[in-house]
Ligand binder design. Structure first.
Ligand SMILES: [Zn+2]
Length: 306
């Protein structure tokens, strides 16, 4: 009964496939949060939530899984709890960590990966993982009033066929901002393709460009690039290409790595992290610091963790 309104589209056979499927959602901000919620409501049996970030006040404008009371908590943890309340029959796995070459085993045995990230390092890693393991994934990106979504299938072109290097050519949410209706539209297209892939229907092969502010949608044909390293089985990111030391997340948070014990007052501790007033130290050695600038974050890090 629970899924009866989608049976005419998904079919009972398809519903069984959804219930047996495992999907990883990488990044549980605006895009990933909406996508994960739709997957949970559609009855996808196992959802893995991977996110390295804390909830920030500036997220609430568009990240609809989070509320004021969640500020300062780990996004992956808050999101997982919410998804369990939406559909208690699902297996929800929580990974409050960064997806990188060392942690990529998180993705083992999934059927599909949804990109909810905000950077090309993570996307290139997902792209390589999927190519290597013959898995489909759905790329998505939003910035300003423009969004993109593209199902990337094992037999077709990959992300690296069109983006040779990590790029900020799409803009960053720092300079362009983000319209809060946009992630909903992109995630809706993304999950639609996900449901088609998981139920063995034919997904779109096109790169969709959406601009709700201009009320425009375009779709582009993408061609394979014979010089693409990933399609030629060269996996630079999966083999541990050096990750950046300092990373600005799409909020006022900055990420560092440390092996030192913090020299500041811990206000709360749980199984994943120790929290302090301006951020958190995670079990994986990452320090997230809330600051107005990179310099300010660096100064804070040097003082208490250096
Ligand atoms: Zn390629």
């Amino acid at each position: 009964m629970r899924y009866i309104r989608q049976t005419p589209i998904i079919t009972s056979e398809g519903q069984k496939k959804l219930e047996k499927a495992a999907v990883a959602v990488v990044g549980i901000g605006a895009l990933g949060g909406i996508a994960a919620e739709l997957l949970a409501r559609a009855g996808v049996g196992e959802i893995r939530i991977i996110d390295r970030d804390l909830v920030d006040e500036g997220n609430l404008q568009r990240q609809t899984l989070f509320e004021e009371q969640d500020i300062g908590k780990l996004k992956a943890v808050v999101a997982s709890e919410k998804l369990k309340r939406i559909n208690r029959k699902l297996v929800i796995k929580t990974y409050p960590t960064e997806l990188n070459a060392e942690t990529s085993e998180i993705l083992e045995n999934v059927d599909l990966i949804l990109d909810g990230t905000d950077n090309f390092d993570a996307r290139f890693l997902i792209n390589e993982y999927c190519r290597k393991n013959n898995l489909p994934w759905v790329f998505s990106a939003v910035v300003g009033t423009k969004g993109q979504v593209w199902p990337i299938l094992p037999e077709g072109p990959c992300l690296r066929c069109i983006f040779q290097e990590p790029t900020e050519s799409l803009g960053t949410c720092e300079t362009e901002g983000i319209l809060n209706t946009l992630p909903r539209m992109i995630a809706a297209f993304q999950v639609t393709e996900a449901l088609k892939i998981l139920t063995n229907k034919t997904p779109s092969q096109k790169l969709l460009l959406v601009d709700p502010w201009q009320a425009e949608i375009q779709s582009l044909e993408v061609k394979e690039n014979p010089a693409c390293p990933v399609c030629n089985q060269k996996f630079e990111y999966l083999n541990g290409k050096k990750s950046k030391e300092i990373v600005s997340l799409c909020s006022d948070l900055y990420q560092f790595k440390t092996k030192n014990k913090p020299r500041l007052k811990v206000t709360k501790k749980d199984q994943y992290a120790s929290f302090f007033k301006k951020g958190a130290v995670l079990k994986d050695g990452r320090v997230l610091i809330k600051a107005k600038s990179k310099e300010q974050a660096q100064a804070f890090f040097d003082r208490y963790f250096g």
